[in-house]
Ligand binder design. Sequence first.
Ligand code: GLA
Ligand code: ZN
Length: 685
Amino acid sequence: MWDEKRPILFGGDYNPDQWDDATIDEDMKLFEQAGINLLVLPVFAWARLEPEEGKYDFEWLDRILNKIWKHGIHVFLATPTSAQPAWLSKKYEDVLPVDIAGRKRTHGMRVFFCVNSVNYRKRARALAEAMAERYRNFPGLAGWHVANEYGTYCYCENCQKKFRDWLKERYGTVEELNSRWHTSFWGRTVSDFEEVMLPTELNDDYRFCPAVQLDYMRFVTDSTIACYLNEAEVLKAATPHLPVFTNISGYIKKLNQFEMTPHMDFAGWDNYPAPGDDTAFPAFKHEIMRAARDGAPFLVTEQSPNQQNWQPYNKIKRPGEIRRIAYQGLAHGADSSLFFQMRQSVAGQEKFHGALIAHSGFHTRIFREGCALGQELKKLGSSFTGGRIKARAAIVFDWENWWAIELTSGPTQDMDYLKQVFLYYQAFYTENIPVDIIKTTTELDNYDLVLMPLLYMIKPGFDGKIREFVKKGGTVAATYMSGRADENDRCIFGAYPGPLKDVFGIWVEETDALYPEERIEMLLPGKGDLQGKKYRGGFLCDLFHANTAEVLAVYGKSFCGGKEQECFYTGMPALTINRYGAGRAYYLGCEPDAAFMKDWISQMCREAGIRPLFSFEGKLELTCRENESGQYIFVINHGDSEGRVLLDKDGQAVVYRDLLRDKEVSGSFAVASGEVAVLYREKNK
Ligand code: GLA
Ligand code: ZN
């Protein structure tokens, strides 16, 4: 499957250890009918594969795999290590986790083991070895899916010991540790690494010493990487030509995926948009996954063919919704559209979770929609797989910054870094201006505009990189809550944004927290496109001073509880621009309303010569993926009415091929409400 150009992977999780032969046989026919080319299994079958320690039973799986392959369907074989068997939890004391409240947990849940457990790792590796040995030459094997959605935080004695070792390795001496953690605050100095305690609720460390918690989160990420590699190394060694990866939960905060995914061949993630989510939000998460491996295509490893069971209100998918969700992933760089799950379970927590084949059977709307999608993806074949997205604008997203800024006590309890960065992304999304999410380590040479919203933590070397970028002519934009702390959460003295003060030509004196209902005016008296306009902002207000920067907007009156009043910082800067080298640096003091955001982002893009992908009308999502054969334009109409894309470039007509409808299109291209299109233009045409 990986020799030629790979087709779009379509299919997903199949848990046949629940089904009898007759059901499996029926499933095979239905899978073929639906155009499924890949199944992921047996994700939760450890207890069935190893009923007793070291005694394996693979025969049932052999039979099923052979049936699957007889129908020409490939598999990602899953090591079923996210749900250890009861005997393992019972036999070895170190397997079950201890929670943050210090309680030793009991067996029953999945993803419920200590990632540092010696016995868990030993048995998981042995199982991976046995599976690799048995299936390395299985012709339908397309890759290895390790465990499922890692994310357990454990506080057992073994983790405590390992954490101390990890700190020793990172800091060398206890003096260095004391200095980095600034333990002289509240007299927390330690004289030995053995005195370091885990940040549990038992000692309240979790909330009261952010530096310890921050390192614990780094440690859990490193421990999880080691736990993953414990199996992945064995699988990779057996089949070096096949990809090995794990699937990332949509609740991504717990583990630093920018650290984890470089150890994998793909970033694969589980996309479950909540009913009512702005369509920009899953798009944003796709971009984060694309960033994880520096722009490489990623996998959508799970989506729901219908309603979920775990949302507060589980809406059934509206007609056409699955198709739009699937195309959105592909549009943002995914090479797969995989679903959880193929057949709905008889019982258990997820019995009402949607599936391609429901309790009610396959004469259903959902099965029909699944089949139609499968046929379409088959038609698109391997056309755009491997294709990348090109953007000249970027938004910095930093995992450790996310942890640190939300661990911080004050200035507001409403800090939500993901949501904040999303607001900036959303402005690009709405205008269909291509934008990359990037890491702090990403090279900036390909970009003209870089936003770094709420970049509270400035890591060594980052300020130098931004300085060079702006000097050479780039535009950078920073916001409130930037440049506050180092990588150990020690604050920067001499005014924020610390080492970047010169680039922005300002200094921040204080930061005010606004009540949720409180707004402040942002007035633009000066020059520029936004001149004379009045907007509003909120959330946090930096009180800052211009050194070399020019003031573009000032704070006006404040509004709260129906009262309008002058505020003592009325007239202070709200937005500035500093010319630095050949470039420019914007500093924004508060979270602006959507109108300001739209106008400001558009202005910065215009100044940098960055344009929307096309002129368009309607609630359209437009992206472009490029591979060696050409450009693929994705069009998704999320609106209630017809949309239009003007396909001309610089006033010249350009002809594209509408791949789903098999016809040439140009000029003003109409897309009906809820419809999708993939338009192709051959390279050098
Ligand atoms: C996760 C898991 C799946 C399943 C789905 C249900 O993503 O990986 O096993 O539980 O959620 O939405
Ligand atoms: Zn543990």
